[in-house]
Ligand binder design. Sequence first.
Ligand SMILES: [Zn+2]
Ligand SMILES: [Zn+2]
Length: 347
Amino acid sequence: MAKTYTRSILASPKEIVFEQVPIPTPGPGQALVQVKACAVCTWEQRVYAGSDKSSYPLLGGHEVSGILVEVGPGVLVKAKPGDHVVASRLTRCFQCTSCRRGLDSICDNAWANRVPGEPAGPGGFSEYMLLDAYQLYPAVGDVPFVESCLSEPLSCVLRSVKKAQVQPADNVVIIGAGIMGLLHLTMLQRLGARVFVSEPNPVRAAKALALGALGAFDPTKENFVEKVKSLTGGRGADLIVAAIGVAPAIQEAINAVGKGGRLMVYASIQPRGSTITIDPNLFHNKEITLTGTVSQGHEDFLQAVSLLTTRTVDVRPLITNTFPLAQLREALEAALNGNNYRVVVTM
Ligand SMILES: [Zn+2]
Ligand SMILES: [Zn+2]
């Protein structure tokens, strides 16, 4: 009889099912990975909590690192069994027009390869996973798996800071000092930006200051637009990164962008369908840019794996809790606590 492994399914709000399934054998172009760590992202938190009901049943977990077990024929990635690898688990086809235009972060077929009768999803909260070769990235250096699994969120942030076209000495305001806000802080500082943070939670604001933000303010106690202007010599921000997903924050931010500045909508806005109103003359008279990103391109992922696994970027301050897979419920509950940063599930 084939050996089995444990995988978890987010079946309905707050309902987690563990099941035993056979360990698969990699076919042509596939790789089998023993998962060692998988971080909890906002998507899985929403599905678990019931605020995103579109995805049940979901094989959750897409921020994955582990050990390469076996590769099928035709895998050309330079990695051998036993190597530390990182999985880029979100699917891309590399055949659609978006992928071919370099926009594989918004692949037209990201959900096309569902297996009939199988729950969909990246499946990182499991002991094993099967990858397509393009999803397999060898670690460059040697750090613990709980660190390398954060390559996925870092790669999303790399895509965002590249698209935001940050210049040295730019005045930047990050809205929200959760992990995504703080990863932006880390990368933007390295690019020479002057970074401020808007964050009502004092624990998070203190963390941002400890990691080098030049200032932090509470947007529920201060007028956001006035505060940003006062921090930037009256000019407004060269870049505002919205790392929280609420429409009123975007509405305010657009009026705090200075001439020639950019507003990066990084987080997905909840609830979906929320709207804001914009005076189009802001684009004309101030030449501002309103843009956004989702996910990452494969080059971003390659760079993130290198930065993290050589500890060129140190994410240890951002990992607040680890739980074994059997305590996935506790991990998801911990991730929902606004005072925690990344929660990592270990196998
Ligand atoms: Zn993620
Ligand atoms: Zn595609």
